[in-house]
Design a protein around this ligand. Structure first.
Ligand code: PHE
Length: 467
């Protein structure tokens, strides 16, 4: 029987709101900032194909698993896993996987807020016409000046964290649902405006070929990166999708809903690529610029084409909204858990957690300037150091947290969730939640959850460790 439990935090008005919320979580810096630059770095079409395979074979099965666990459990991820494990006669320690995911989500939020804050700075700069006719050196210099200034970074980081906390503190219906109903349509409109604009630059087909031309020789270059990115971009492995699943109406079919979210996320990434690369080509620049693509190359491109300042401002508003609807989903699992556990007010718990993430985020702020030499995980000639100032090699604070979350914690969390849904929950329970009527199709999806997705994760995990 489909569970009759209701979450104490409230529920979405319909499955459409779940789609808005999960798409809002999925579409973020990952799609607009990471996906285009990774595609540029790993050779265009070859990367896109690997990415699509990873999304559909590994990412979506995990998303299905998370959504159905959440909706059946009707509580925060930690308590949902604990309760369902007990019900299925398994160890309640399964909830530790959700605890780990919850912490990973908070860690991601800590640096995500800093980077999202940059878009606030760029909205101001573009709006003020600061990038009008700027050269590549000029834009590089402007970006360097921003990251070198801890005060400016702190200001935007603080503001972004406040924006995130504000929505969460108001609750699932008055905060999340209400703001998502406004922000998501706005995001799609902005994206379409940009796409329409890039079609007028005269370089649209060049961008198109770059994204979709198939180069077999580069196929394996980016496969590890593609899988890691599939996790990140779909927001799976941390419980964000699971907590949203807990607020989903009980009759809605999970199978088709999750497919819609996956397709929307992919479409946004591809559209962002289609909107951005022609603009980059129109300005006569290279697409392989790496992480600087969005903050250095694009301002130059926008600064040197007709209507560029207005479009550039719109673009960074789009980035801000996308990041905002993702950051709230990083905070919600922990807030829901602590509200259930302590029965204290949501406002209080949100404030404490946001402050904590803000503090950890200061580590990221400083790793771009005065703390750049603080290195973690250093493998040196004289052995391994957890921390060493000014070491050769090693990672700064930001890179360490990024590595720890996206390369280790997300895959580990995703593996645990998909194994739980595939091997701990009863087959009947899964069938009922997914509501896929065709037995063949259900068999296929169930096999993806039980076998294909876990194996995919394991292979990448091992390959990653051996690198
Ligand atoms: N999916 C988001 C993005 O693409 C990032 C994210 C990761 C959100 C994990 C929630 C949880 O930017």
């Amino acid at each position: 029987m489909v569970s009759d439990k209701v979450s104490i935090h409230g529920a979405w008005a319909s499955r459409w709101v779940f789609i808005l919320a999960a798409t809002g979580s999925a579409v973020g810096l990952g799609n607009i900032w990471k996906f285009p630059y990774m595609t540029g770095m790993y050779g265009g079409g070859a990367f896109v194909i690997m990415y699509l395979l990873c999304i559909f074979l590994v990412g979506l099965p995990i998303m299905l698993a998370e959504t159905l666990i959440g909706r059946r459990g009707r509580q925060s991820p930690v308590n949902a896993l604990g309760a369902l494990a007990l019900e299925s006669g398994a160890s309640p320690r399964w909830s530790w996987a959700a605890l780990m995911g919850m912490i990973a989500a908070l860690l991601i939020l800590s640096f995500y807020s800093v980077i999202a804050g940059w878009s606030l700075d760029y909205i101001m700069g573009m709006g003020a016409g600061q990038f009008e006719g700027i050269s590549a050196e000029g834009a590089g210099g402007a970006f360097g000046a921003l990251t070198a200034d801890p005060w400016r970074l702190t200001l935007w980081h603080t503001l972004f964290m406040l924006l995130t906390g504000f929505v969460i503190a108001r609750g699932v219906v008055a905060g999340l649902e209400r703001s998502l109903r406004v922000m998501m349509p706005l995001l799609f409109v902005l994206l379409l405006v940009l796409l329409g604009y890039s079609m007028t630059t005269g370089h649209f087909m060049q961008g198109f070929h770059f994204l979709f031309d198939f180069q077999p020789d580069r196929l394996l270059d980016g496969v590890l990166a593609a899988l890691g990115h599939a996790f990140f971009t779909l927001s799976v492995g941390v419980g964000s999708i699971m907590v949203y699943g807990a607020y989903m109406p009980k009759r809605a079919s999970i199978g088709s809903t999750v497919l819609a979210v996956g397709i929307l996320d992919t479409l946004v990434a591809l559209t962002a690529g289609l909107a951005l690369f022609p603009i980059v080509f129109a300005a006569g620049m290279e697409p392989g610029a790496g992480p600087g693509l969005m903050f250095v190359t694009l301002p130059v491109a926008f600064g040197n084409i007709a209507l560029g300042q207005a479009m550039g401002t719109l673009f960074f508003v789009l980035v801000l909204i996308a990041a905002w609807t993702s950051s709230i989903s990083m905070l919600e699992p922990a807030v829901a858990y602590l509200v259930e556990r302590t029965r204290r007010s949501r406002v209080l718990i949100t404030s404490v957690l946001a402050l904590l993430c803000w503090l950890v985020g200061m580590g990221t702020v400083l790793s771009f300037n005065v703390g750049a030499e603080a290195k973690f995980f250093v493998f040196a000639v004289d052995g391994f150091h957890l921390f060493q100032w000014g070491a050769e090699g090693g990672r700064n604070f930001f890179d360490s947290i990024d590595y720890l979350t996206s390369r280790i914690l997300l895959p580990a969390g995703g593996l645990a969730f998909v194994l739980f849904a595939g091997w701990v929950l009863k087959r009947e329970a899964v069938r009922e939640e997914l509501a896929i009527d065709n037995p063949l199709l259900f068999g296929l999806v169930y096999w993806l959850i039980r076998v294909v997705a876990p194996l995919g994760i394991l292979v990448v995990f091992v390959a990653e460790l051996m690198k």
